[in-house]
Ligand binder design. Structure first.
Ligand code: FE2
Length: 145
């Protein structure tokens, strides 16, 4: 359990939390003719992501690290760009799609370190997170077409 793995895990965790928050933000504020559909899609996504936040934090504890949980720490660690504007429905879908693709890359980096260090329990969890973000990306990509 190296410091490198713990540091990478915190970045993945904070990024996932930012992704959850943005999906909730879009769920609450989406407008337009496809409101119902997008409101439900964003909810489905944030619910799935939020459902693994506790497990992710406790995996960091298991590795020997402390789980960050403050806005200032999250803003230092996250690799998901913050959004404060109310975007058009289409721009929301496009931005969350870009972030879902980015999450796969972010989690992959943590996965590779976990695998190299023989932390297979953690890497299994991360492989599932990558799959979940790929599925979110698929749904968002299909919605944009
Ligand atoms: Fe809701």
């Amino acid at each position: 359990m190296s410091d490198q793995l713990i540091k990478a895990a915190k970045i993945g965790f904070a990024s996932q939390y930012s992704f959850f928050l943005k999906a909730a933000f879009f769920h609450w504020n989406v407008e337009g003719i496809n409101f119902q559909e997008l409101h439900a899609l964003f909810e489905r996504i944030y619910t799935e992501v939020y459902g693994t936040v506790d497990d992710f934090a406790e995996k960091i504890r298991t590795l020997g690290g402390y789980a960050p949980a403050s806005n200032s720490r999250f803003s230092m660690l996250t690799q998901i760009e913050d959004e404060t504007e109310i975007l058009s429905a289409e721009a929301m879908v496009a931005e969350l799609l870009q972030d879902a693709d980015h999450m796969v890359t972010i989690i992959k980096k943590v996965y590779d370190i976990a695998e190299a260090e023989g932390e297979h329990g953690f890497s299994n969890f991360l492989a599932e997170r990558m799959d979940a973000f790929r599925k979110h990306a698929w749904m968002l990509r299909a919605t944009l077409k």
